[in-house]
Design a protein around this ligand. Structure first.
Ligand code: CUA
Length: 162
């Protein structure tokens, strides 16, 4: 029994690190190469329409902003949020709601959201993450459901045109 306990203790890089990675499964992501390759490259961020009518939103948190700085989603459909951090621990919140998503480097945080009606929400960071913490925020714009499919893919990560 003692031997079984000692092996993981002395072979951290050989056993524990791959084991932890396996336990985390697909939620593991390399914080240092987020912008270069994989799910969180810039043109993959923002809102994506899923075949079943729901949407997936991908974001990055980094000192001291959320990317994209504005998210556009349709009202009344399930929203699958996937977000990771490029540096510190952050917390994405939606003013006026109970939604709160803790964001950690190296891991993809997932949350299921839904907004019944069109509207606008501030999305401030609520985890102290450094000097620029109090200015760290994004914005959520909820548009009527029938209006959303008409948007071009390049409008997914921006509210500028609306
Ligand atoms: Cu990010 Cu506080």
């Amino acid at each position: 029994m003692l031997v079984l306990c000692l092996i993981p203790a002395t072979r951290y890089n050989l056993i524990d690190v791959p084991l932890l990675r396996w336990l985390r499964g697909s939620r593991h992501v390399d914080a240092l190469s987020l912008h270069l390759a994989g799910e969180f490259v810039e043109n993959n961020l923002g809102t994506e329409q899923d075949p079943d009518g729901s949407v997936t939103v991908r974001m990055i948190a980094q000192q001291y902003l959320f990317i994209p700085h504005c998210i556009l989603i349709p009202a009344g459909v399930p929203v699958h949020l996937r977000i990771t951090s490029a540096d510190a621990v952050h917390s994405l919140t939606f003013d006026g709601t109970d939604y709160k998503v803790k964001v950690l480097p190296g891991t993809i945080s997932e949350a299921q959201l839904q907004f019944a009606r069109p509207g606008e929400y501030k999305m401030p960071c609520r985890e102290f993450c450094g000097a620029g913490h109090y200015a760290m925020r994004s914005e959520l714009k909820v548009v009527p459901r029938e209006q959303f499919p008409a948007l071009q893919p390049e409008e997914r990560g921006s509210c500028a045109a609306h």
